[in-house]
Write a protein that binds this ligand. Sequence first.
Ligand code: MG
Length: 373
Amino acid sequence: MPPAALAHLRFPLERTCGRRYREPPHPYRNEFQRDRDRVVHARAFRRLENKTQVFTPGLSDHFRNRLTHTIEVSQIARTVAGVLGIDEDLTEALSLAHDIGHPPFAHAGEQELDRLLSGFGERFDHNLHALRIVESFERPYPSFPGLNLTFEVREGIVKHSRDFSPGEIPELDEYFPGMRPPLEAQLIDLCDEIAYNTADLDDGYRAGLVDIDDACRAVDKVQELAETAAIQFPGAPERVRMHSVVRGLINWLVSGLMEGTVAAAAALASVEEVRACDGRVARFSPETAAGTRQLKSFLRDTVYESERLVSDRRYSTGRIAGLFEFFLAHPDRLPANYLEESADQPLHRRVCDYIAGMTDGFLLRTCEQMNIP
Ligand code: MG
């Protein structure tokens, strides 16, 4: 692959649609670098440290949490952007922001809030919630609400995992419905997949849920990497060989992502053409796409559907539902300043947003304080 093979598809910073509120330029940081820094300094970003990725802490201090996962995504995505020659700053800002809308207790928490809101004819989606965080909940500036991020970062946040058609989500009509986001944004979703699939294999192994021989039988590439590791380091302990398998997998998937994307972009000449494509341009090569499918299905059976994680999820969704019902019945127990700030929203939304912003630890402490059984 030639260096900077997709430099002609890099989003040109000078063509940004800009910020909602005008601000003077910074003397030495460009607009996407400023956005990256705004995300890092956001309170919602710091809370990622105490939010579950897959494994709730307790049994080990070495499992990924949502913050370390975010750092892994950002590091993978920056590498990919650098090799392909697209905008590294936009890529980095988007990867750091990609999970800030996650409620406590990972996907189980998101599904539970969605279920609770559906009783009121509404939905909860962590990407839309992330947009509300950066547009209004964060309030570090005196002259406007939110972080006042550039349009491209906000567009990347709402199109993190899927695109939408015109009229499908009316409140997002300004974000080019029916069009693909720039390549920088498209890549984040797949870098996210690489990061969590490999990390969940690693954490699953450390948690005793993944057996290396089972993983070899289920995922061809794991078998190949494990054989290589056994030949290269015959005396190494199993956990060290497992680490070299995980490292090899990340390398293979990242290379496959770059190859697949370069091949798919062969006929494209500009960012406008990327936007106008029927589907997304960023993709894995056929072999790495097949490997990803094998890995996902193995992880579903051994990790995500394991008795331990299923019972963890049952416990945490029960806590979320209990707290939601409690605040609906006793809105006066919500903090006074929050009640004031959110006065324009219906009660179920205020309760949902309040819970969605919590860390896992804060949610459990709140349940205790409110005597929720
Ligand atoms: Mg993620």
